[in-house]
Design a protein around this ligand. Structure first.
Ligand code: 1CP
Length: 341
């Protein structure tokens, strides 16, 4: 929170995307107890439990609410299932009639279990651990709605954007409205910072980013401010590379998440002077361990502490060895210890 508010932090802040997840035995055990992934997301006690598991293991500075970006479209009326081993399946929306049936107004109100998870977490977390709420960005959530699930190339959605399909505009507008209400409720329940995940932002060419990536995120933040929510927002427009400064300027995010292939030199010289950067260790380097991990961490420690939130460039993979995560934490914390003496 100090870095997001433009202050010098007491140490370099660190947290990890997907820090709660399948690489932890205790996560797999709790998930089995919950039944399905969605049962876990909608069970406030168990969702809070899995959020807290990595906090007990590692000395991280933030917890991210355990939920999923697809809960919101589910409450907007899109049928959602998680098939074992296959990822999400949604009822596709690909025409005006289906788009106009998406409910925006009451969707956030139907996510009460998520706000209960946030309240439990704020009660249970140590004071120095910040709580991050989140939602998917309209573009990324729209890709799941249009494709009907995960998809290697997301071609239907990208062509809908290239062709300027009016039904895609309706989907995006409904998502903007519902997402702003959803994030506002998370903040009211106790989330101190909010992150907007635009995992598929890199799918669009120059000229279309403004309309489908920047503006929807900007409108969500404007709506939050209009509702009196002043929590800082971290924008993760994954894969837009040198368009990051444009994203930062057009949206008024407090920080940008950087993808794993963003050169650290570019983050230090071009991005950090303008905005707080979060990221961007390659999740594969954590699996590899050894020299690769050590060098990757050291490279990121060259970023100014008051402008950097240590993280991965994308989430932990399930095959990540827990000892390597601990090793990474030790390497990061060694910086602060060496400066204390
Ligand atoms: O237990 C399991 O096997 C389920 C795996 C899983 C987990 C742990 C899914 C299914 N979602 C989550 C939790 C989750 N998802 C969090 C929790 C907080 C954290 O620890 O980070 C967050 C923030 C998300 C966000 C999310 N869901 C994104 C954006 C970030 C990213 O990873 O790029 C996306 C794209 C999703 C969709 C989704 N949910 C789950 C899967 C397998 C997918 C990807 C589907 C696909 O595109 O193939």
């Amino acid at each position: 929170m100090q870095v997001l508010n433009g202050e010098m932090p007491w140490r370099r802040p660190v947290w990890f995307m997907r820090q709660a997840g399948r690489y932890l035995d205790e996560y797999r055990a709790t998930r089995a107890r919950a039944g399905s992934f969605l049962d876990l997301c909608y069970n406030p006690e168990l969702a809070a439990e899995v959020t807290l598991q990595p906090i007990r293991r590692f000395d991280v500075d933030a917890a991210i609410l355990f939920a999923d970006i697809l809960l919101l479209p589910q409450m907007m009326g899109v049928d959602l299932r998680f098939q074992q081993g296959e990822g999400p399946r949604l009822q596709p929306v690909r025409d005006m009639n289906a788009a106009e049936n998406l409910k925006a107004a009451q969707a956030a109100g139907d996510l009460a279990p998520v706000y209960e998870t946030v309240r439990i977490l704020r009660r249970e977390l140590p004071d120095h651990v910040s709580l991050i709420g989140f939602c998917g960005a309209p573009w990324t959530v729209a890709t799941y709605i249009v494709e009907g699930g995960g998809s290697p190339e997301r071609l239907r959605t990208r062509f809908a954007a290239l062709n300027g399909e009016p039904w895609l505009d309706v989907i995006i507008d409904r998502l903007v409205e519902a997402s702003a209400a959803y994030l506002a409720e998370q903040a009211r329940a106790g989330a101190q910072a909010l992150m907007i995940f635009d995992t598929w932002a890199g799918d669009l060419p120059d000229g279309l980013r403004e309309k489908y990536i920047f503006q929807p995120v900007a409108r969500i933040i404007e709506a939050l401010r209009a509702k009196g929510i002043d929590a800082p927002v971290i924008g993760f427009a994954r894969g837009i590379g040198p368009a990051q400064p444009d994203f930062a300027r057009s949206t008024a995010v407090a920080a940008i998440g950087c993808e794993a292939n963003m050169p650290v030199d570019y983050m230090r010289k071009v991005l950090a002077p303008e905005i707080v950067v979060q990221g961007n260790l390659d999740p594969l380097a954590v699996i590899a361990g050894g020299e690769v991990l050590e060098q990757g961490v050291q490279r990121l420690l060259t970023l100014p502490k008051e402008r950097h939130i240590f993280n991965l460039g994308h989430g932990f993979r399930p095959d990540t060895p827990v000892e390597h995560v601990q090793r990474m934490m030790d390497l990061i914390r060694a910086e602060d210890e060496s400066q204390d003496v």
